[in-house]
Ligand binder design. Structure first.
Ligand SMILES: C[S@@+](CC[C@H](N)C(=O)[O-])C[C@H]1O[C@@H](n2cnc3c(N)ncnc32)[C@H](O)[C@@H]1O
Length: 226
């Protein structure tokens, strides 16, 4: 627990509009955690990468699909992707130490040291699918990053991410999620039941995994759902 707690305890009371200095602190926290992250997550029974890749297999079965692992961390999502044969994976993360670990596993076509929501971090409409595991929460990528994901994926692309099930903790993210729905930028395909992302961590909040499909054109003209 000791290695796990400090990274999150720094975020207590932060909002998605945290000061840039807090972001630096967060990256430093992940840099320090990087050498132990995989072992800790194994110990805690981390489920999110496997559950997300199971969703990807249903919605994007083509193993040649161009997939972005947003907030790649140490590469656990890419390991799950590789196990199911996905070959064209790009990793993105602002923590150099995490990204270095991910990239030395040889799982990515390309690794980008940047943050979701950073200006021009990603070219528009490139990816067939994006997975963002453990990234959309306070002190990490802000709610506006959901819009960046929509722009980065091709028309009718697939976006898979997890949020905390707690309505207060995820309030701003849920508001942005719904705003993109009412703006016909994307439509929901799946929302899982709340599940325990880290069964080995007693106090960890339950998560929900969402699967969205973006509009049929880059300008977001998806017709309203019946
Ligand atoms: C809990 S870890 C999850 C890593 C990996 N996706 C996994 O499931 O193991 C969160 C990651 O998000 C990254 N992160 C934090 N803020 C971010 C942002 N704005 N954009 C992208 N990644 C961010 C951190 O550096 C860290 O590697």
């Amino acid at each position: 627990m000791e290695r796990f707690t400090p990274v999150y305890s720094k975020q207590a009371g932060q909002t998605e509009r945290c000061h840039p200095a807090d972001k630096t602190m967060l990256a430093a926290g992940y840099d320090a955690w990087a050498p132990h992250y995989d072992a800790d997550m194994r110990r805690y029974g981390y489920r999110v990468p496997a559950l997300m890749v199971a969703q990807l297999r249903c919605h994007v079965p083509d193993r040649r699909a161009f997939v972005l692992d947003a907030g790649a961390g140490s590469g656990l999502v890419a390991q799950a992707l590789k196990a199911f044969g996905y070959q064209n994976v790009v990793g993105l993360d602002p923590s150099m130490a995490m990204l270095r670990r991910a990239c030395t596993k040889g799982l990515y076509r390309l690794c980008l040291k940047t943050a979701l929501g950073a200006p021009a971090a990603l070219a528009d409409h490139r990816f067939d699918a994006i997975l963002a595991a453990g990234v959309l929460k306070a002190g990490h990528a802000p709610p506006a990053a959901l819009g960046a994901l929509v722009r980065a994926v091709r028309p009718k692309g697939i976006i898979i991410f997890n949020l905390q099930a707690d309505k207060v903790a995820a309030e701003e993210y849920n508001r942005m999620r719904r705003r993109l729905e009412t703006g016909h930028q994307w439509r929901p395909l799946i929302a899982t039941l709340p599940f325990d992302p880290l069964p080995g961590v007693a106090a960890e909040q339950k998560n929900v995994i969402y699967v969205y499909q973006t509009a049929g054109t880059a300008t977001g003209d998806m017709p309203p759902q019946p």
